[in-house]
Design a protein around this ligand. Sequence first.
Ligand SMILES: C[S@@+](CC[C@H](N)C(=O)[O-])C[C@H]1O[C@@H](n2cnc3c(N)ncnc32)[C@H](O)[C@@H]1O
Length: 231
Amino acid sequence: MTADDGLLLFSWRGCLFRVGERVQPPKAGSLFFCRHLPVRAGERVLEIGSGLGLAAVLAARAGAHVVATDIVPDAVEAIRGNAALNGVSIDVRLGDCYAPVRGERFDLICSNPPQMPTPPGRERADAAAAADNGGVDGWQILDRIIDGAPEHVAPGGRLVFSIFGFLGRKSAFARLEARGFSPAVLGSEVQTFPRIGYERLEHIRSVDTEGALASGVPTTVERLIVQGTRA
Ligand SMILES: C[S@@+](CC[C@H](N)C(=O)[O-])C[C@H]1O[C@@H](n2cnc3c(N)ncnc32)[C@H](O)[C@@H]1O
């Protein structure tokens, strides 16, 4: 960063977050995710794909013991910086999905993962793509998070994640039930249709198997926070 680059800060709920370069600034989906996170003091919490560390910092401030991960090194640096800025302790780790927490279990695993359906041949390797692209049907990272959950969620614990409505509520429930989790929707919100979605609208329609997307050119999209509770 040079002296003329400027400094982007985000202030929310009494916390201050420095928005580093190459890390996605907080979006409506980030705040929606944090608003519906059922964090309890004393719990062991894992956030996968923590970005700036918004949810992780708030969970740590609520008294949870937090491990926050991201696959992008700049994000890991941002989470560490934002934890320090807000005087909370977070165990921040670099890595892909569950790789940084092999053999560990948590009371709550949460993620607002990349989930924008991405047409074949449009994958990229940069940090913006890591924040947005969810594979061809949007479920690529989510499926890995759900598949690995039985190994990492403690008995009675919860897995909580966000989805775009067009990924399918029934689909999310079926995936959780197949892994032994009881599904529920913790919150829903109608948000502005994401800009990146317009350029791949036809592709999104092709994967919207539950018909959640409005016809024509949509201006809004439903977001859901889904929870799976382990028996
Ligand atoms: C949609 S952003 C959400 C960031 C933040 N949690 C929020 O709500 O604002 C998704 C984040 O997941 C990270 N990510 C993408 N793929 C990942 C993977 N395989 N393992 C861990 N993190 C990943 C991205 O770098 C990005 O920071």
